[in-house]
Design a protein around this ligand. Sequence first.
Ligand code: 13P
Length: 339
Amino acid sequence: MTDTDTLIATAKAMVVPGKGILAVDESTETCTKRFAKFGIESTKTSRRDYREMMFRAPGIGEFVSGAILYDETIRQDAADGSRIVDVLNDVGVLPGIKVDTGVKPLAGAPGETITEGLDGLRDRLAEYREIGARFTKWRAVLKVSDETPSRNCIEKNAQALGRYAALAQEAGLVPIVEPEVLMDGDHDIQRCRVVTSQVLQATFEQLSAHRALLAGIVLKPNMVIAGSDCLRQATSAEIAELTLATLREFVPDEVPGIAFLSGGQTGEEACTNLDTMARRGDLPWELTYSFGRALQYPSLEIWGGSNGADAQAALLHRARMSSLARSGRYSAIEERAAV
Ligand code: 13P
């Protein structure tokens, strides 16, 4: 296989029908905050144990095509001494790695951020490939207010996504391109649509300027949705209609798949919206999930540091619901089925 064939095959495998991507790439700081909510101590070992619990959930590979890891995890061994990447490979889940180094304030743009991590990225990508990563993730963050995101913030983040994608592909790794328009705020769904359109347009312009192979990426966007403080929340039908219209306008057909982030929606909300979109069918790309919180939350609460079997059952339930949703077969009856 040529390098191009490998990229295309990996991207297709990441968005294969029936499966989606498990995002478990929280930084140590974010993981520690989430653990603290449930009184769980955050140590290198507890973070490893939590993530290993998920990767060893029996049958996880039926619903999950790939897992996005954080730098600490991809280098770790499981409790029995085997490498975490091998635990994933053994259950048919592709190991991936978040390669951005987080957001920093964007100079001259009050309240806005730029995602960093391009310096030295070529060397880090080569190392991650050695360790066993097959794909990567970079997340740009766009905040919606009356004044933001600025043109400058949209362009600088899109440029970074373009450079990152080209470097990842050069290393033989599929880039997940994640331009996230945040749900925070009281803006309505139409404002989210306008911003998401601007952001996707700039992102694809930069992917093209950096000569990224579109057949070898996975796009990870937000759904087009009202801000979480907006008094008029949109219906699932409105979310599906505006999200699909926006994606059809700006995402080229060569892109093999679109894997939504959950962004603060509950698991049920994210599944309902994905399912509504899937039922409309006839799309040029696979439509799937790359959820973090919407897959992990009930499981983390139940795990509490030790309750592995029940936490695995909760994760598998959310994973199965998400799989049904991407297939247009999600329902309240399935949701209520015994966990
Ligand atoms: P959420 O689904 O919790 O938004 O996380 C997905 C993710 O990977 C954010 O970068």
